[in-house]
Design a protein around this ligand. Structure first.
Ligand code: PMP
Length: 360
């Protein structure tokens, strides 16, 4: 029998980068530094403690975790203004569940994170994409005109953007928040890579208290080196958080996840200590790629988008043949490399020189 699959899901493959076992994996913007033995021990102790009450459901409101996340975010954010779920993907899906839906529209600006249209599809929300400028910045006039024309209930904008690495200046966020408020929508600034911003590009958190329709989404997957734990969170008005509490599944965040995230937050100084190293390695990588004659988008994230190649797939495959896995994503001709350890980046550089014949 033919399954009664929703029309829009027919023939669609599950989203995701190839999961290949390679010596140098620089394809999904992970943090290359595994937790230290100290962190491992504290997480293990906390999980053991949580295990003692696994016969009970977890704290549905994740109160202790939200307190700790609010303290980490600062900017006067309170626990009532924080929401957490299994990765920021789930946080943003919940936003679409609450504020999207049939007859409504979500907007973003391409090139951007490829999961956004999936949140829209899965919540039967209309999907409209505007475009970014040639240098991947956002032209405010264009963005505002798209918002005015399509009257979205949700605007999703990553800053820094994936896959380009571009951060949004605060006045752009402010203008878009105002335009979105005028049509009755919420503006979601997805700061999954927020901690990697270069000096001088402030977080949208600074605008939060004065901007009731602003949501700032974050994750522990990148800067906290905790991708495997699946913990994403956001800061917004208490009204927005209360709306998410309506759509979340009961007990969506397991006691184990809450315990792991709380333990990691106790070690935030150490876990975040590597962020500066990664930012420096990112800047070195961008400079090196430019010196090799490649185009590279300015990056405020833990990856760099570079190109342009007539046959980017051949370059991607050539690197893979040499044990280096990067991501074939972004506009035609571009490739994205995540920033790894100095050793991993040396392997990437050697492989790229070998494949392209540049730098020899
Ligand atoms: N937003 C952006 C822009 C991302 O690139 C990613 C992950 N690659 C996410 C959100 C989701 O991350 P997670 O679900 O691990 O928090």
């Amino acid at each position: 029998m033919e399954l009664p699959l929703r029309e829009e899901l027919r023939g669609i493959q599950p989203y995701g980068a190839p999961q290949l076992d390679v010596p140098v994996a620089l394809n999904v913007n992970e943090n290359p530094y595994a937790p230290s033995e100290d962190v491992v021990a504290d997480v293990a102790r906390s999980v053991a403690e949580a295990t003692r009450s696994l016969n009970r459901y977890p704290d549905r409101e994740a109160r202790a975790l939200r307190e700790a996340l609010a303290a980490y975010l600062g900017h006067g954010v309170t626990a009532d203004q924080v929401w957490a779920a299994n990765g920021s993907n789930e946080v943003m899906l919940q936003l679409l569940q609450a504020f999207g839906g049939p007859g409504r529209t979500a907007v973003s600006f391409a090139p951007t994170y490829s999961m956004y249209p999936e949140y829209a599809r899965d919540t039967a929300t209309g999907w409209v994409v505007g475009h970014r400028a040639e240098d991947f910045s956002l032209d405010v006039e264009h963005a505002v005109s798209v918002v005015k024309e399509h009257r979205p209930t949700v605007v999703l904008l990553p800053s820094p953007n994936n896959p380009t690495g571009t951060a949004l200046p605060p006045d752009t966020v402010g203008s878009l928040a105002a335009a979105t408020a005028e049509v009755g929508g919420v503006l979601v600034i997805d700061e999954a890579y927020g901690e990697f911003r270069r000096a001088g590009t402030p977080s949208a958190l600074e605008l939060l208290s004065a901007t009731p329709n602003l949501v700032v989404s974050r994750t522990m997957s990148k800067a906290f080196a905790l991708a495997g734990a699946r913990l994403g969170y956001l800061a917004a008005s208490t009204e927005i958080v209360d709306a998410l509490r309506v759509v979340r599944l009961p007990y969506h965040l397991s006691s184990v996840t809450q315990a792991v995230a709380l333990a990691a937050l106790r070690h935030s100084a150490e876990l975040l200590g590597r962020v500066d190293d990664l930012r420096a390695e990112r800047d070195r990588t961008v400079d090196w790629l430019r010196a090799q004659g490649h185009d590279v988008a300015d990056s405020d994230a833990n990856f760099a988008l570079f190109g342009r190649f007539d046959d980017r797939h051949a370059v991607w495959q050539g690197l893979l043949d040499r044990g280096v896995l990067i991501r074939e994503t972004g506009p035609d001709g571009w490739l994205r490399v995540s920033i790894g350890t100095p050793e991993e980046m040396a392997a990437f550089r050697a492989a790229l020189v070998d494949v392209t014949g540049k730098g020899t």
